[in-house]
Design a protein around this ligand. Structure first.
Ligand code: IMP
Length: 429
């Protein structure tokens, strides 16, 4: 059985979409297991840029099966729009997409609550969510008040149950948050329209996935967000509301944990974060602005400028361990091309002590200061490198230092947006 999980090892935006798109070529089935349209996977194929939010990146490769599994929360209108947008650009979306009947639906009131909650939080309490209703949708799932894809296809059931839910959420919205209520009729109309559009795709994906495994098909699990946004092990409460590590795969698909084979962790050659929360290696100076400009660090989903900082090996080590990563894909190495010298965070200083793991409390992490190691930059354009030997010696040393510190081999290095801008290191030496 050959499965591969591709997961983010930082705060998301590591460039997973590009890696998945490339690896999809050698897999049969591409599966999204968690998250929702908070994710934004940018993929460039033949100079065409695609921003995917819910549809797995494998959709851009003809002949692949793409699965949105039960652990994902689905924004119905968003998904319809995404499918229509792909079709308008000539991408086939038909029998090659399956949506779980157990996946929860993000309702209008979830989005409204997400925004109202953020607006009410002040100062450091603000999480900086994507405003896509993710937290409230998962909260309803766990308090057993959610609607699943199978439910919204049953119009009679939906109409019977939704009245109470809307009443409850409208009470919260207007009475507690002072926000606008959602309309029952508009909510119903938009759900019913989207549900009809999506009906042909909805199925028991867990059954299909088990069959694919028994048929020897090659599965690729496409992670969304990153390990530091994991609801359990991320920088809580500045996290998303799902398990973003490989632990989320079994529950999010209905496949047993033993199905997870190889795990490729994606790390950016430096660190970025969108939204609020502690970020020990953040650079609020010229170097940070330079990383943002050179790296085009603006969110795919919200367009927000990303916070930037040097590579953080404390994070990399923890995330490799949490995910059981067997290899690392290091992305955006070319963004570091012009720097005279490059810093790596190897440990933190917390209240006068040196620590090499992340403290659980956000307040403690906020007080952590990076302990840097300085490496010389290479000052050479690496964007055309296609083999390990094409990279300048100093860039190779940087990559080797990362694998030493992270405790995991770097098997792929990405130096540009195109599919071809990748060095497959395990094959090249
Ligand atoms: P939410 O997932 O929209 O609730 O947002 C919670 C936190 O996760 C915020 O800091 C978001 O910026 C962050 N986040 C959610 N999805 C992504 C992503 O795909 N990439 C990067 N950050 C994300």
């Amino acid at each position: 059985m050959k499965t591969l999980a591709v997961v983010g090892l930082q705060w998301g935006d590591e460039g997973k979409g590009k890696i998945v798109d490339l690896l999809a070529l050698e897999h049969d089935v591409i599966v999204r297991c968690q998250g929702g349209s908070n994710a934004g996977h940018t993929v460039v194929v033949d100079g065409e840029k695609y921003a995917l939010h819910l549809v797995p990146s494998g959709i851009l490769t003809p002949g692949k099966i793409n699965v949105i599994a039960n652990g994902v929360v689905i924004d119905l209108a968003g998904l319809v729009g995404e499918i229509e947008g792909l079709r308008a650009r000539g991408v086939e979306v038909s029998g090659n997409l399956m949506i779980s009947d157990r996946a929860h639906v993000v309702m209008d009131y979830h989005r409204a609550l997400d925004r109202a909650q953020e607006a009410k939080r002040s100062g450091t309490a603000r999480i900086g969510t994507t405003g896509r209703g993710i937290g409230p949708a998962y909260a309803d799932k766990y308090r057993r008040s959610g609607f699943r894809m199978g439910d919204v296809l049953d119009s009679e059931f939906l109409r019977r149950v939704i009245v109470d839910r809307i009443e409850e959420n409208n009470f919260l919205l207007s009475e507690y948050y002072g926000a606008e209520e959602v309309s029952l009729e508009e909510t119903l109309a938009s759900i019913e329209h989207a549900a009809e559009f999506l009906r042909p795709f909805v199925t028991d994906t867990a059954l299909h996935l088990r069959r694919f495994v028994s048929e020897g098909k090659r599965l690729l699990f496409e992670g969304a967000q990153g390990a530091l946004l994991d609801i359990d092990f991320g920088t809580y409460p500045y996290v998303t509301s799902s398990n973003t590590t490989t632990a989320g795969i079994p529950a999010g698909t209905g496949l047993p944990p033993s199905t997870v084979g190889e795990v490729l962790g994606v790390l950016k050659a430096y660190t970025t974060r969108v939204g609020a929360g502690p970020f020990p290696s953040e650079l609020e100076d010229e170097a940070g602005a330079s990383l943002r400009d050179r790296g085009g660090e603006f969110g795919t989903t919200t367009g927000r400028a990303r916070r930037c900082g040097w590579f953080d090996a404390v994070i990399a080590r923890q995330s490799v361990a949490l995910n059981g990563a067997t290899g690392i894909a290091l992305t955006k190495l070319d963004v570091l091309d012009g720097f005279e010298s490059i810093m790596l965070t190897t440990a933190y200083e917390l209240d006068g002590n040196s620590i090499d793991s992340l403290p659980a409390a956000a307040s403690a992490l906020e007080r952590c200061r990076p302990v840097y190691e300085k490496m010389p930059g290479w000052n050479i354009d690496t964007s055309q490198a296609r083999s390990w030997d094409d990279l300048p010696e100093r860039a190779r040393r940087y990559v080797e230092r990362i694998e030493e510190l992270a405790g995991c081999p770097v098997t792929m290095v990405s130096v540009g947006r195109e599919r071809s801008a990748v060095i497959m290191r395990d094959m090249q030496g």
